[in-house]
Design a protein around this ligand. Structure first.
Ligand code: XMP
Length: 472
């Protein structure tokens, strides 16, 4: 198979230049398996990786995404201590939401009832000085007068903070409760898990390591050895974060990095077949590639420098190099992916998963605050080579070098879309729908089965909603 031959040969195609060709299918969208790898040894359950940008991925995004089966790459526009701390927070977070909800013995039944109603649960722990005394039942709170203090506790159901979801679900069934109180190794109360928190991400399976901790990645510079050494202890994958990895100084530095790290190492970004071959020939440890230069929604590299390797084209180039040189490692298509269809077009030319910036910047869990303008809500999103991001980098990172005196990214607002869960559900359903049309049950099948055809810009208008007066 040669992925490049799937693309029109008379141009450098971008996502909008091509369409996926439907085929005879026996595959229903719900049957499509979207699990894949982000790097040689790191399996993910959905093909979504969040971009290491300071308006996209810190610990909140990485936790939420890993709970949904994807993986977040924590950005590096901060001090080493801060980045390590954020990665640790992901590793310390349970696979499910934990609520710090309880009552103490002096509180009134009415207060307990209100919390139980908000959480839609029948039980709540009564906690004194960090010790779980027992559970109060909703029915008892309903029966007794409003001002009565919390009493009538039954024996509590308690588990350790990192208990696995199956274990917690079984405890709830065995004890006929809908809440488990979580404690640390010294039996100090840490919060509760409810039956609803165990159900909230279904049908997604969290992306966890062998010890049941959420998986996480971190962005690195090839010159920042101290950062790499410290992150390597915690992360599942280190992701090289440079605009063009095919650079002599970067490659030289990477050769030293390879000797030090035990986590998987993803190299990027790369734009061409030749660049990938140079790297394959020079770098010992390659556990994945990030493909695409200048396609990102906030990129101005293409405009400022005239240089670009649009993601769809770059993915085919890098995937072919890996294939031809016998390197079976994931290719992450990165930049300009707007829709699930774009993701599946990238799979068609050899991608294993996609990296999303703008799409995830719109979520509640991205690091920037929600901004209200009139009755609309937005989030701030910026390129990592934009003026604002570069200023911060020089302020916090003693390893940053001013190699260029020009910004290659822009800053702006994107519409706010609420919890990342909603965005991911829609995106994954879209991917499954597209793969259903193609008749591909998995991403590997997509490499083989998906066909692309060139579409004109006039034709492109016809496959978008058109000729209606008002659109809601
Ligand atoms: P999307 O389209 O998902 O793209 O928002 C995110 C990707 O864009 C890259 N990136 C940049 N590229 N200047 C660039 O030329 C920048 O300032 C910049 N910041 C991010 C990066 O690959 C990211 O994942």
């Amino acid at each position: 198979m040669v992925f490049r031959e799937k693309l029109p040969q008379d141009l450098v195609p971008t996502f909008n230049d091509v369409i996926l060709v439907p085929g005879y299918t026996e595959v229903e969208p719900v049957e499509v398996d979207v699990s894949t790898n982000v790097s040689r040894n790191v399996r993910i359950n959905i093909p979504i990786v969040s971009s290491p940008m300071d308006t996209v991925t810190e610990h909140e995004m990485a936790i939420a995404l890993a709970r949904l089966g994807g993986i977040g790459i924590v950005h590096r526009n901060m001090t080493i201590d801060e980045q390590v701390e954020k990665v640790r927070k992901v590793k310390e977070a349970p696979q499910y939401s934990v609520y710090l909800c309880y009552v103490d013995p002096s509180q009134k039944c009415r207060e307990a009832l209100q919390i139980m109603r908000e959480l839609s649960v029948e039980y709540l722990p009564v906690v004194n000085n960090g010790k779980v005394l027992g559970f109060i039942r909703k029915i008892d709170c309903v029966k007794y007068p409003d001002d009565r203090a919390v009493e009538h506790v039954r024996s509590p159901t308690v588990a350790e903070l990192y208990a696995r979801p199956e274990e917690l679900r079984n405890m709830m069934i065995d004890n006929d409760v809908d809440v488990v109180a979580l404690v640390d190794s010294s039996e100090v109360f840490q919060g509760i898990v409810t039956i609803w928190s165990l159900e909230e991400n279904r049908p997604f399976t969290p992306c966890v390591d062998e010890e049941g901790r959420l998986r996480v990645g971190a962005a690195i510079s090839p010159f920042d050895y101290e950062r790499i050494r410290r992150l390597d202890k915690y992360v599942d994958v280190l992701v090289l974060d440079v605009a063009n990895a095919a650079n002599a100084r970067i490659v030289e530095s990477l050769r030293n990095v390879c000797k030090e790290v035990s986590a998987d190492l993803v190299i990027g970004n790369i734009g061409t077949y030749d660049s990938a071959v140079e790297i394959i020939n020079r770098v010992e440890k390659i556990d994945g590639f990030r493909a695409g230069i200048a396609s990102g929604s906030i990129c101005s590299t293409g405009i400022v420098t005239g240089v670009a390797a649009p993601t769809l084209w770059a993915t085919a180039q890098v995937a072919d190099a890996a294939l031809e040189y016998g390197l079976k490692v994931p290719i992450i298509a990165d930049g300009g992916i707007k829709t699930p269809g774009d993701a599946v077009k990238a799979f068609a030319v050899g991608a294993w998963c996609v990296m999303l910036g703008r799409v995830l910047a719109q979520a509640y869990e991205s690091p920037s605050p929600v901004i209200s303008i009139g009755d609309r809500k937005y989030k701030y999103y910026r390129g990592m080579a934009s003026e604002g991001a570069r200023k911060r980098r020089f302020a916090v990172d003693r390893y940053s070098r001013k190699v260029k005196d020009i910004s290659e990214g822009v800053e702006g607002l994107v519409p706010y879309r609420g919890p990342v869960e909603n965005i991911v559900r829609e995106f994954v359903s879209g991917i499954q729908a597209a793969m259903g049309y193609i008749g591909a049950r998995s991403i590997q099948e997509c490499w083989r089965k998906a066909r692309l055809a060139k579409i004109s810009s006039i034709g492109r208008g016809e496959i978008e909603p058109h000729n209606i007066l008002l659109r809601f």
